[in-house]
Design a protein around this ligand. Sequence first.
Ligand SMILES: [Zn+2]
Length: 140
Amino acid sequence: MQIRKSFTFEAAHVLPHHPGKCARLHGHSYRLDVALEGPLQATGPAAGMVEDFEVVSRVVKAAVINELDHRSLNELLDNPTAENLIVWIWERLEHELPHLAELTLWETRKACVVIRKGDPLTHAGKASESPTNRQELPLP
Ligand SMILES: [Zn+2]
């Protein structure tokens, strides 16, 4: 069974490679839909649930919403497209929410990006901070 919970945050960004108006500083009211999939828990405080909605809320707010809300996304990502942002979000949630199945990030009311468990994650961090882009120099 799948459960979903929606979150909203406001953030600014600049898309440095965009040939049009998105290269100028602007903001969006983003919506993030978080989907968890799994069997109903048999015992404990979440018995009869895939996961307690309050647990989902607490985790997503602490790991993602508090970090992104009223932020310039270019502080986190060199090229904060919706696609790069959703990878950043996925990486922050996958270990906290073991049943995480799908994320949908709405940049506007009409445009969204979807990522599902098992999708390849292209590294989206700042080039200067990304471990995959760091060169290991041989010692002399
Ligand atoms: Zn934009």
